[in-house]
Design a protein around this ligand. Structure first.
Ligand code: PGA
Length: 253
């Protein structure tokens, strides 16, 4: 059985004290409401990873990074490597987020390198893919997602790809308040799973969790998560409020 997963992407928000408060609020909400059999991952800004992973480790949930370097080590001022994150107990890393693609020019090729380094250091990539509005309007969304998934992941063998979490995040839905409809999410998730089946076979594709991201919130999560191929969510804005985030964690039927 593939895992149900809810991951929170805090992006570049919160100063230290607010970040620590939010971590403790999440702990309180999880203690009060539980998390069923959902895996919970919080991805704060890199400077708060140490504080966050200490709190998470004591409270049964996990912490992921939002990015890592495409280089393994050396003279890359300002970069943070996969081995550094791994050595601090970080279990996951978001890769290929549309904001990294748009503002930092990350290509599928660069992201594929980051996927490899994440796996090399025993962490789980949360690989994001998704089309922009114009691509959906011109009915290119399936082609776009096929290219993103195949170029960043399909060099992996069966065992390696089984470690990956995929997040479908239509760019037009990220931070806009416009969520993909439940049918649109299911349709694309089923398509991604069909690509995985074609390449790796049914046994592997059935085990890979595919999360939905893009204005997913405490109100719409249950409907999205009720779909057979939607295995959870990658949550931005709503992950900054502990009660909303934990309500989403508990939105599986
Ligand atoms: P959002 O962001 O939930 O604020 O739309 C999702 C994401 O970017 O991962």
């Amino acid at each position: 059985m593939r895992k149900k997963i809810v991951a929170g992407n805090w992006k570049m928000n919160k100063d230290f004290q607010d970040a620590e408060d939010l971590m403790f609020e999440i702990v309180d909400e999880l203690t009060e409401n539980g998390s069923g059999d959902t895996e919970v991952i919080v991805c704060p800004p890199a400077v708060y990873l140490e504080m966050s992973s200490d709190i998470a480790a004591e409270n049964g949930f996990m912490v992921g990074a939002q990015n890592l370097s495409q280089w393994e080590s050396g003279a890359y001022t300002g970069e943070i490597s996969a081995s550094m994150l791994h050595s601090m107990g970080i279990s996951h890393c978001i890769l290929g987020h549309s904001e990294r693609r748009t503002y930092f020019g990350e290509t599928d090729k660069v992201i594929a390198t980051k996927v490899d380094l994440t796996l090399k250091y025993g962490m789980t990539p949360i690989y994001c893919c998704g089309e922009v509005l114009a691509e959906r309007q011109s009915e290119k969304h399936f082609d776009v997602v096929r290219t993103q998934v195949s170029e960043a992941l399909f060099h992996l063998g069966k065992e390696a790809v089984s470690q990956v979490i995929i997040a479908y995040e239509p760019v037009w839905a990220i931070g806009t308040g416009v969520t993909a409809s439940s049918a649109q999410a299911q349709e694309m998730h089923a398509f991604i799973r069909s690509l995985l089946t074609e390449k790796y076979g049914e046994e592997v594709s059935a085990e890979i969790s595919i999360l939905y991201g893009g204005s997913c919130n405490a109100k719409n999560a249950a409907e999205l998560f009720a779909n057979p191929d939607v295995d959870g969510g990658l949550i931005g804005g709503a992950a900054l409020k502990a009660a909303d985030f934990v309500a989403i964690v508990n939105s599986f039927s």
